[in-house]
Design a binder for this molecule. Structure first.
Ligand code: FAD
Ligand code: UDP
Length: 378
């Protein structure tokens, strides 16, 4: 074996695939019973509908190298992600665009009129000096739109007052003065035509790659554990960075999600793939309806049944799946200390969402794995 990869998410599999293609023998271990990390999907047994077990995953990128690389393993459908949100019993398009603004104010503003209105409403704070998510959001869209669509949703999603969250979280969401309601701005987007798992399986389908599931790096009863491998061969580690160092610099905080999945005997539950719930009264943040991700499979999916998943957000304890880094000031201080420790850990390369304590989209995980391979591992 020339390389050990801990974790079979997109980061680990990209490094493993590149190493195998260049002639190295690679072993990939994962503590779960399947490959793919959080991008894993499976067919719901009663309906055959593809369900993303760890929450809906939409692929999008503007990075040509990542797009070319992904297309080696799968083709993509022409799915374009659009989201709606329910506020006060009425459905609006999200992210906020001219359609949302006109519907909210019961008006027919032109782009220039809408801009002027939002500019007037947003005067309370300056975008550049905004100190937290609330100030930044108000500076971008004004208080009425913030209170309707952002404040309660954000508080539910982060379980934290938006005045205590960093301003940049909201920058992920565009605001548009056109009727363009696409969720993402990227050059390419789509869903893997035959599913995420088929894509992930093709990445490891190489004689140089040996995959071992239900194998925890820290379990000393299995032969590839930390003490047995450290210093003997290069290790790419994509598990939680604080766990690697036995929490020596404290526990980094994460949010986790609880999913409530149901099969309904109706053709269509909500008419779209993702419906957000902007108000505090709904305890969940959104509902996914998976058949809408693949309209091209309409003749294969049941006509009279559908699968939905409600998503609830909460702080993660040590035993929960870590999903989103919370990034409080004390987390950032802890992360700097862990980075310092990581620099001193010869022969171990920390990567991916958990290994770097960063929210990475799939294209970012693949892109950073390709750079690690090209710049540090070849
Ligand atoms: P992961 O996928 O988390 O893989 C890490 C792997 O390491 C896991 O399989 C884990 O079991 C394994 N591991 C951890 N510790 C150990 C250990 N001790 N021993 C052995 N194995 C271990 N991205 C998008 O582009 N679009 C989206 O719509 C999108 N939606 C998302 C929704 C949710 C709810 C979440 C959480 C993420 C979403 N993402 C999305 C991000 C996407 O999941 C990540 O970019 C991708 O999973 C990153 O891959 P990774 O390899 O870094 O980590
Ligand atoms: N957001 C919101 N209302 C919405 C959708 C998003 O307030 O209807 C905010 C929320 O703070 C969220 C951020 O915008 O954390 C980024 O949204 P995105 O959909 O990118 O978050 P994800 O669910 O991918 O973490």
């Amino acid at each position: 074996m020339d390389l050990l990869v801990v974790g079979s998410g997109f980061f680990g599999l990209t490094v493993a695939e590149r190493a195998a293609a260049s002639g190295r023998k690679v072993t990939v271990i994962d503590r779960r019973d399947h490959i793919g990390g959080n991008a894993y999907s499976e067919h719901e047994p009663q309906t055959g509908i593809e369900v993303h077990r760890y929450g809906a995953h939409l692929f999008h990128t503007s990075n040509p190298a990542v797009w070319e690389y992904a297309n080696r393993f799968t083709t993509f459908t022409n799915y374009v992600h659009r989201v709606f949100t329910t506020h006060d019993g009425v459905v609006f398009p999200m992210p906020i665009n001219l359609g949302t603004i006109n519907q909210f104010f019961g008006a027919a503003y032109s782009p220039a009129e809408a801009r002027a209105l939002v500019h007037r409403l947003a005067g309370e704070f300056d975008e550049r000096s905004a100190q937290n998510l609330e100030e930044k959001a108000i500076a971008l869209i004004g208080r009425p739109l913030y209170e309707a669509f952002i404040r309660n949703y954000t508080a539910k999603q982060w379980q934290t007052d938006p005045r205590k969250l960093p301003a940049d979280v909201i920058s992920r969401l565009p605001v548009r003065y056109t009727y363009d309601s696409r969720y993402f701005d990227d050059t390419w987007e789509g869903l893997p035509a035959d599913g995420y798992t088929a894509w992930l399986e093709r990445m490891v389908d190489h004689p140089n790659i040996d995959v071992r599931l239900r194998t925890d790096f820290f379990d000393e009863t299995q032969p590839l554990h930390r003490r047995a491998t450290l210093g003997r061969l290069p290790i790419v580690y994509t598990g939680p960075i604080d766990r690697y160092f036995d929490f020596a610099e404290g526990v980094l905080s994460w949010r986790t999600l609880d999913f409530e999945q149901e099969v309904h005997d109706v053709a269509d539950f909500q008419g779209t793939s993702v419906m957000n719930y902007a108000d505090a009264e709904a305890p969940f943040t959104r509902i996914h309806e998976f058949k809408h991700f693949h309209p091209e499979r309409a003749d294969r999916y049941p006509r009279d049944r559908t699968v939905i998943m409600r998503e609830y957000s909460r702080f993660a304890s040590r035993d929960d799946e870590p999903y989103y880094p919370v990034n409080t000031p004390s987390d950032r201080a802890g992360l700097l200390a862990y980075r310092e420790l990581a620099r001193g850990e010869d022969g171990v390369f920390f990567g991916g969402r958990l290994g770097t304590y960063q929210y990475l989209d799939m294209h970012m995980a693949i892109g950073s794995a390709l750079s690690m391979w090209n710049n540090r591992l070849t």
